[in-house]
Write a protein that binds this ligand. Structure first.
Ligand code: DC
Length: 230
């Protein structure tokens, strides 16, 4: 069976991860949430009071961090930090508020990119993030870049947080999103940008089902095309 790598990048709350999960299911591939790795690292830094400016402390912390994805009983991929299930904790706002800063640290990015490349070594993966098509897998056979109107994104985020019991002000969510966009797109280490060969998808007016359907069609075509070439 011919396997490819699918790289899905873009802004937060565009439906990247839900679409990536749906696509992985359609293809029988594993789904890797690279953002969860930066979130788990942020949680470790938070709990262990790691200074963001002390290189030695950062290096030591990175050597003590082991991130894994395990499949839950109901088939969901969950994030584990040093053997502990942190899936719920890493989705909280205090982590969202620090993750852009942590993910802008060069040493953090190098460590994560190395782990992500290992996870994709055998292909057959759908990975979502900010630099998957540009830095982690520039040779990925299929690349997508997702965007959407920021008010729609903030609204989606609010629904997601409310479902988890986090009742937050729309304005606060919007501010967090804008701050993260700014840091993600302007950082010197692998800023968020569309790879030249990535297909741009604006999800403002799309449902999640439509997104999964569109990407599934693209993936099927990509596999046929790469098979014809090989
Ligand atoms: O996709 P997410 O919202 O869970 O990502 C959390 C943060 O991690 C986001 O602010 C940007 C950062 N990130 C990154 O810098 N590179 C990635 N490949 C994935 C996420």
């Amino acid at each position: 069976m011919h396997k490819i790598i699918v790289a899905i990048d873009g802004y937060s709350s565009c439906g990247k991860s839900t679409t990536a999960k749906g696509l992985a299911k359609h293809m029988g591939y594993s789904y890797i949430d690279s953002g969860a790795m930066y979130r788990a690292t942020s949680l470790y830094f938070h709990d262990n009071h790691v200074s963001f400016t002390n290189e030695k402390e950062i290096e030591k912390a990175l050597n003590n961090i082991e991130i894994e994805f395990r499949i839950s009983k109901d088939g969901k991929s969950e994030t584990y930090l040093n053997g502990l299930n942190v899936e719920n904790e890493i989705r909280k706002l205090y982590i969202a508020n620090m993750v852009s800063e942590v993910s802008a640290i060069a040493a953090v990015r190098h460590a994560m990119v190395e782990q992500q490349r290992k996870l994709g070594r055998k292909k057959g993966v759908v990975m979502d993030g900010r630099d998957i098509g540009t830095v982690v897998f520039p040779e990925a056979e299929m690349k997508v870049f997702m965007t959407a109107d920021k008010y729609v994104r903030a609204h989606r985020r609010q629904i997601e947080l409310t479902e988890k019991g986090d009742l937050l002000d729309f304005e606060d969510i919007l501010k967090n999103l804008e701050k993260r966009d700014l840091i993600d797109t302007t950082r010197s280490e692998s800023p968020l940008r569309r790879a030249e060969d990535a297909t741009l998808i604006d999800t403002t007016h799309m449902t999640l089902d439509e997104q999964v359907e569109m990407l599934s069609l693209m993936a099927d075509e990509t596999i046929s095309r790469t098979l014809r070439k090989s």
